[in-house]
Design a protein around this ligand. Structure first.
Ligand SMILES: [Zn+2]
Ligand SMILES: [Zn+2]
Length: 284
């Protein structure tokens, strides 16, 4: 049987793997296909595509957009978009600017707490256009202000802690429309982590294509439950590890193995979405 991991991060967002390390690891673990789903960026896709080609893996371009529905943070995975689509890239760039400003605000809050962290040092550690809280945590550890990343989150960065800054998010509708506009397929990420199943019917109504039934942090019971939801709403089934690299105690690649039949269905839906996006493109 052949398997895929459709939820992976690299150092182009808050992961630690380079595209080459990601491809090598997936190949060692015997995967046939992988998707890259970095937060609010597709910059890693070209290099990961090349690395997968070298490793003999099928590559699925993707993204994980941070969105909001009725006050709940919902992550929307996009797959098989045209990663050179101008409007898609323009809007994603705006969200990257939002992320960078949020880092600046978090650092200035830390400075007010007498933690002499330098924003340029944090951005240098991030070394990407889509920085996030883990990068601030790494800088706090590196500067000797915290012993571990977990301590950094616990003391400063978690929601409602002193250096936490609320994040502006696009609506789930905007996120899915953007993915569809670029000819991609929109999937709700790790519903078992969100505990906001009440938003699912509205997402389906707005054109959501699939739901991530399998995820490292889903129990078997959760996966079963979301498989039922998928069947009820005629949604595609996806799954992935959500691996961010080799961090101790965090999800690692290999724990979730999605049968390739789901990848075939995903590709078939993407072909339909692409045809629809082209029709709209021609008529407007
Ligand atoms: Zn997520
Ligand atoms: Zn993720």
């Amino acid at each position: 049987m052949q398997f895929a991991d459709l939820h992976l991060h690299t150092a182009f967002s808050d992961g630690t793997y380079s595209p080459e390390e990601l491809a090598a690891q997936a190949s060692r673990l015997g995967f046939s296909a992988v998707a890259l789903t970095d937060h609010d960026t597709v910059e890693g896709c070209a290099r990961t595509d090349a690395a997968c080609r070298t490793a003999g893996l099928e590559f699925i371009p993707g993204v994980e957009l941070t969105a909001e529905q009725d006050g709940a943070e919902i992550h929307i995975l996009g797959y098989l978009m045209d990663t050179s689509n101008a409007r898609f890239l323009g809007e994603v760039a705006e969200f990257q600017a939002v992320r960078q400003n949020r880092i600046r605000e978090m650092v200035s809050r830390l400075n007010r707490l007498d933690i002499p962290l330098d924003v340029e040092a944090v951005l240098a550690i991030a070394n990407c256009n889509s920085p996030g809280r883990p990068h601030v945590a790494r800088a706090l550890v590196k500067g000797g202000h915290c012993g571990t990343m977990d301590e950094a989150f616990e003391r400063f960065l978690k929601k409602n802690r002193p250096a936490w800054v609320p994040k502006f998010k696009m609506s789930t509708e905007t996120a899915m429309e953007l993915i569809h506009h670029a000819g991609g397929v929109a999937v709700m990420a790790h519903p078992g982590l969100n505990r906001s199943d009440e938003v699912i019917p509205a997402l389906v109504e707005a054109g959501m294509d699939g739901i991530e039934c399998f995820h490292t942090k889903h129990t078997n019971a959760m996966s079963e439950y979301y498989l039922e939801i998928a069947e009820q709403h005629h949604l595609l089934v996806t799954g992935g590890s959500d691996c961010h690299g080799m961090s101790k105690g965090k999800p690692v690649m290999g724990g979730v193995r999605l049968p390739m039949i789901h990848v075939e269905k995903l590709k078939a839906r993407a072909a339909e979405r692409r045809a629809a996006a082209n029709r709209v493109g021609k008529s407007s």
